[in-house]
Write a protein that binds this ligand. Sequence first.
Ligand code: MG
Length: 376
Amino acid sequence: MTGGASRARLPLLLRSADYSTDTLKHTFVPKCELEAQGIASFPALEDWIAIFRNSITYFKLVCASDTSIGDPQRAAEKFACLYEIGLQNIEKQKSIPTIVDLCRLREDCLVESGFHDPFLEIKKQENAKALQILPQVCQELDEEYSSGADRWEAIIRGIFAGNIFDLGAAHTADAYHNNDDEMSFFKTRGHLLERPWVIDEMDALLDRLTSQEKYKKVLIFVDNSGSDVILGILPFARECFRQHGATVILAANEKPSINDITAKELEQLLDGIAAADHVLCKAIASSKLQVWSSGNGLPVIDLRYVSSELNEEVFDADLVVLEGMGRSIETNLNARFTCDAVKIGMIKHPEVAAALNGRMLDCVIKFDAGDALTAI
Ligand code: MG
C-alpha cells in the first residue's frame, strides 16, 4: 500500500536512545582536521563528497537515455550542473553535511531537471530477470536444505548475493554494466568473502531464528530492485512465514531513488511472485506477505520520517530488518529498537570499508536482541 504524506518516527525505535542516522559521522570531518588529530584521514569529508561528485557522470549517462521526458540529454546536462553547484555550495558552507543531505540534494536536482525515475527501465528488466530465477532459488532451498541453521544461513547468504545489484555504488554499477559474472546470484552466493565478516553476528541470529520462540510480525526495509529484493529478501520473507508463521511486511520506498524498488513496483510484482512459488503464493493469498510504503525517497533512510500508515501497521512487530548498505550500514547501523533488529548489507564503497576496517564486498550482519536493549 502506498503511503500518504504524513510521516512520523518509527514506533519501534528505542525512544531513550539518541537516534542519529549517520553511522560514519565521525569520518565526515575535513581531512586536515583528522590529520591534525593524528587519526586516519581516509575517509574524510572530502572523500564522501567525492563519491557523490564522481556519480554525476554515471547519472548523466543514465538520465540522457531516459525517453520518458523530452530532450533528456539537455535535462541530463542541467542535472549535472545543478548537482555540481549544490556540492560546491555544501563545500563552502560551515556546517557539515550528512549522508542524507548529500543523497537528498541529488534527488532534488534530478526532479528539478525534469527526471522522475531515470532507472525505471533498468529496474523493470532486472525485476523480470530475477522473477524468472525465483522458482529455482526456492526449489533449491527446499531440495538442498531441510531445515535449521544451514537453511537459514543459505537464505541469509542469498541476501548478500542479491544485494550486490546496486547502481548507487561505482564498483557494482561498473560490474553490472560490463555484464560481469560477479553479478550472478548463485555465483556470488557461493563466493562471498570468508567469515568472519567485518561485523559478523550471524551465529547469534541463527540461534534466534532456530529457537522455539517464533516471530509473529517481521518488518523488512527493502533496498534494490531485481535480485536484491526478489532473490535475496523474498526467500527470507518466505522462511519467516513458513517456519515462524509470521506476517511479513515489506517496506519499500514511496518515491524512486536510483535502482531501489518502490512500494508500487513491488505491489505490481506480487502476482508474478505468487505464480513463481507455492509458499509465497499462500503467504500473499492469506495477507501474510504485504507490501507497504516506507514514505522514503532516498537510498538511505531516516527512521524519524516513516509513513504514518506503515507505523500504524508495524507498532507490534517483533523483528525489524534493515537491508542494504544505505539503510543498514551508512545509516542506522547503531540504531536501537524495542524489538529484535537485524542490520544486513554488503560493503560496496572503499570509503565504507575503510571506515569500518573491513574489505570491499565485505558483509555486515548485526543482530540486536530487543529485550536486552530495552532493559538498559
Ligand atoms: Mg539501493
